[in-house]
Design a protein around this ligand. Structure first.
Ligand code: PLP
Length: 397
């Protein structure tokens, strides 16, 4: 069966909105990244992008580590087969019990984002009689006054500033071993020159900080940020990214570089499908209302950027402009303005592409008590349904 046949089968079975992932193409992409990787560059998968078990399994099988940001993500990665040495933990909210859970799971490194995390982890490690490897997360100042989902130049809860870190004395944390630093403030970068600018500044500042704090920078974790375009055909080429990393590694005599990839790994290989429940023209504007919207895929409302949209299996070559809205009673439920076939009608299906990352996992499913979205995958050319859609009766209490 080809892709369209698989999708038609899911439509027939679900009769409700769903995500569809092509995990065969995903695996080819992952193997391409991994196959050419320099031994001093390690790739971790940012589980938050898409925590589906089969996605994690494929990444694990192909040598990606996993970066988790909650106990739920930790459990999910363990279920998918991840061993402790292939796990790291990032995130600003690490309670004592979560830190204890991470130590119990024996994750390879914990990224420390506050003094409280440092104190709590040191105490937990002491009680267990173990030494835990950590990275300190740094938040740098930037000349550019730009915004980014990761904060950009704004002050955020992700890590601490260089001056804040310098105030601590690492000798007071004898149960922790600082492996290096973590710094990630700019998301979805599509331009290799921009990556170079960001990474060059990051490496320079991190190197200065490690020298001043008196530990060797064995690892520098540059986080994610490799982009995926939602507007045009621009693509980052991973071998160019790797050449850039090797150039910077040589320039600064770095030891190990880590990346945590989210969007760049899985984003391209997922689509969200929903059907049209109404079409109307309001004060001269064509409006389509869909069965699912930001309840299944909140990113357009959160960052103001649409996923690309096409009508599924409609041949009409005459296009016109439509504003597409989801079902929620808020103007926030706007999925974008798109050129779609003139012949579009109620019951037709729309496909939102490149929703493999920050689609399902970044949604607001409960507002207005609609059905919960399903998920289907094709892997080794076989259609599988890890998650059936749930009708509202199945989850409301
Ligand atoms: C700590 C951390 N690492 C990695 C990522 C993945 O970023 P991206 O999807 O840009 O690769 C995120 C995303 O928010 C993150 O918070």
């Amino acid at each position: 069966m080809n892709r369209a046949d698989h999708i038609k089968e899911v439509i027939n079975r679900f009769q409700s909105s769903f995500y569809f992932y092509d995990l065969d193409q995903f695996e080819v992409h992952i193997k391409n990244i991994k196959g050419t990787l320099h031994p001093d560059i390690k790739v971790w998968y940012a589980t938050k992008a898409n925590p589906l078990t089969e996605v994690l399994r494929i990444l694990n099988k192909n040598g990606f580590g996993a970066d988790v940001a909650s106990l739920g993500e930790l459990k999910q990665a363990r279920t998918a087969g991840y061993g402790p040495k292939d796990l790291i933990a990032t995130g600003p909210a690490k309670s004592k019990s979560y830190l204890a859970g991470l130590m119990q799971a024996e994750v390879q490194a914990i990224v420390i984002e506050s003094i409280n995390q440092l104190k709590d982890l040191n105490e937990i490690a002491g009680k267990l009689g173990r030494t835990q490897e950590i990275l300190l997360r740094v938040q740098l100042e930037w000349d550019d006054d730009l915004k980014s989902v990761l904060g950009g130049s704004s002050i955020t809860p992700f890590g601490l500033g260089t001056e804040d870190w310098k105030e601590i004395d690492l000798k007071n944390y004898k149960n922790l071993k600082v492996q290096g630093l973590h710094c990630f403030q700019w998301g979805n970068i599509l331009d290799i020159e921009q990556l170079e600018k960001v990474w060059d500044h990051t490496i320079l500042e991190c190197q200065k900080l490690s020298l001043e704090m008196g530990f060797p920078l064995e690892v520098l974790d540059l986080g994610g940020g490799l982009g995926l375009s939602y507007k045009d055909d621009r693509e980052l080429n991973f071998s160019e990214v790797q050449d850039l990393l090797i150039k910077l590694k040589t320039k600064y005599e770095l030891d190990k570089i880590w990346l945590e990839l989210g969007r760049f790994s899985i984003g391209k290989f997922g689509s969200y499908f929903t059907r049209i429940v109404d079409i109307k023209t309001v004060r001269g504007k064509n409006i389509v209302v869909t069965e699912g919207g930001i309840n299944h895929m909140a990113r357009p409302a959160l960052v103001g950027e649409s996923f690309p949209c096409e009508a599924f299996m409609l041949e009409d070559s005459e296009l016109t402009s439509y504003a597409v809205h989801g079902p929620l009673c808020t103007a926030l439920d706007t999925l974008g303005e798109f050129e779609l076939p003139m012949s579009l009608k109620v019951g037709d299906w729309l496909e939102f592409k490149r929703t493999g990352a920050y689609g399902f996992s970044e949604s607001m499913p409960y507002f207005l008590c609609h059905d919960l979205v399903g998920e289907a995958i094709v892997y080794q050319n076989e259609l599988m349904v890890p998650r059936m859609p749930k009708t509202n009766l199945e989850w409301m209490v």
